[in-house]
Design a protein around this ligand. Structure first.
Ligand code: KMH
Ligand code: ZN
Length: 282
């Protein structure tokens, strides 16, 4: 168990509408402000989805590049772009996300029912993502929505070798309608199936947010929080902003005697090289 807790923030996602959730950061300025506030509250990684001028999810490469370039001088946060996008995004656009030059990117390890939609992740697509990330020196975070995705991860590593950075880090995304439930039992089962030496964070969607956070900390895991997955802070109380969720995670991590991990330690853990001052790899 690591002495400290890596906290990632996923501030926006692709599912919520700005009209329904006014506090959702959707412009570049809102995202940069959010990143600063979340870094101050204890986050070391930001998992990024971007929106267009109408606040709709987009994988527009120009916007992704601009976002990476804007976040870097403003915070030390590890910039992880979503290659998952929205359920409607084509594979070619999801692969092209890597051209924006992030430090890290998500790589979902299989298909999952996603409410009334399907989040499609074919085997060949997963392999292509894994290999392109290695070529471009981008560290993957393997997104695990169901136990079968861990079997797929073992198969991927066995057949295609380790990721760039040589360290395997997973995010267990729990409580999606169609995926594994956000329970202690499911988390324990998933942790037992992790590849040897892998680390994990967990994310509980909706009302599973706090139970999953507590279970992950107890199991020696790390945390992902944010408005991508959580819009209600407590029953009847909408989330004020992403920093509120990061602050709560940091407070609970401190109570668990595993305080938030500084960014340099998070980089070392994940196998992400230090960023030269002022550098952008876009
Ligand atoms: N928006 C979901 C369909 C990821 O970022 O890699 C996919 C997702 C996972 O959020
Ligand atoms: Zn995401």
């Amino acid at each position: 168990m690591t002495a400290r807790t890596l906290i990632a923030v996923a501030p926006t996602g692709a599912e919520s509408a700005k009209a329904d959730v006014p506090a959702l950061p959707v412009t570049l300025a809102e995202l940069v402000d959010t990143a600063r506030a979340c870094a101050a509250a204890g986050a070391s990684v930001i998992h990024v989805h971007v929106r267009d001028d109408d606040a709709r999810p987009t994988l527009d490469l120009g916007r992704l590049r601009a976002t990476v370039e804007a976040l870097r001088p403003e915070t030390e946060l590890i910039v992880q772009l979503s290659s998952g996008g929205a359920v409607t995004d084509p594979e070619a656009d999801r692969l092209a996300v890597l051209d924006a030059g992030p430090d890290a990117a998500s790589c979902t390890m299989g298909t999952v029912n996603f409410g009334t939609d399907v989040f499609l992740n074919r085997w060949e697509f997963i392999v292509e993502l894994h290999q392109r990330m290695r070529e471009r020196q981008i560290v993957p975070e393997y997104e695990i929505f169901d136990l079968g995705h861990l079997a797929a991860l073992h198969r991927l590593l066995d057949k295609h070798g380790p990721p760039y950075g040589d360290h395997v880090h997973c995010d267990l995304v729990m409580g999606v309608p169609g995926g594994m439930p956000g329970t202690v039992q499911a988390l324990t089962a998933a942790v037992q199936l992790l590849p040897a030496g892998a680390t994990f964070a967990a994310t509980g969607v909706g009302r599973t947010t706090v139970p999953v956070l507590l279970a992950a900390l107890s199991a020696g895991g790390h945390l992902r929080v944010g408005m991508e997955d959580t819009l209600t802070f407590a029953p009847g109380q909408p989330v004020r902003d992403n920093a509120q969720l990061v602050s709560r995670a940091a407070t609970i991590a401190e109570l668990a005697l595993r305080p938030p991990m500084p960014v340099d330690e998070a980089r070392a853990l994940l196998g992400i090289p230090d960023r030269p001052a002022g550098a952008s790899r876009g």
